[in-house]
Design a protein around this ligand. Structure first.
Ligand SMILES: [Zn+2]
Length: 92
């Protein structure tokens, strides 16, 4: 039986100089996604489905109900702004 030498038990050197960097506060109050689509109708086409106003995305063909009173264009606009095929969705 031979003793196993416990060699080099390194202790982590206590961190001296704290890296205290003045980090600029990230002010992120502004919504990142601004409505860059001036008009959803530049990106979607209105059509009528059984008398109901609908809209079809020009890029991916997704259809949304777009009744001006019942639905509005909010969901359509949201889609346009996040549509993966919308060339403008990235650049704003
Ligand atoms: Zn789309």
């Amino acid at each position: 039986m031979s003793e196993i030498p416990v060699a080099g038990r390194q202790q982590p050197s206590a961190g001296r100089g704290k890296s205290k960097q003045a980090q600029p506060e990230v002010v992120d109050k502004l919504p990142r996604k601004r409505a860059c689509t001036s008009s959803v109708w530049e990106h979607a086409t209105k059509f009528d489905l059984n008398g109901y106003s609908c809209a079809r995305c020009n890029y991916c063909g997704a259809t949304y109900k777009a009744h001006p009173k019942k639905n509005g264009t909010t969901s359509l606009r949201n889609h346009i702004e996040s549509c993966a095929k919308n060339p403008l969705s990235d650049s704003c």
